[in-house]
Design a protein around this ligand. Structure first.
Ligand SMILES: [Zn+2]
Length: 81
């Protein structure tokens, strides 16, 4: 009798590595924990989350690659006028 092994990196819900500048914790976040705001320029495009360790709101600039990664991963996007 054999049991099917589950691959170690099976495709599942996307998780994103993030770090907190306040308490310096690093952790993984699910798409639902992240918000992406897309503004008119790179300077107003950022993603944000609440640190699960210290509860601080963290906001970080999102470059093109990050925007693509987050939107593909199902992160809810907010467009800033
Ligand atoms: Zn923190």
């Amino acid at each position: 009798m054999t049991t099917a092994a589950v691959p170690p990196h099976a495709a599942g819900p996307a998780v994103f590595r993030a770090g907190c500048p306040h308490c310096r914790a690093s952790f993984q976040l699910a798409a639902a924990d992240l918000r992406l705001a897309i503004g008119g320029s790179a300077r107003t495009t950022f993603y944000s989350f609440t640190c699960p360790e210290c509860g601080e709101a963290v906001r970080k600039p999102a470059g093109e690659r990050i925007v693509e990664l987050l939107t593909n991963g199902g992160v809810s996007t907010m467009r800033l006028a």
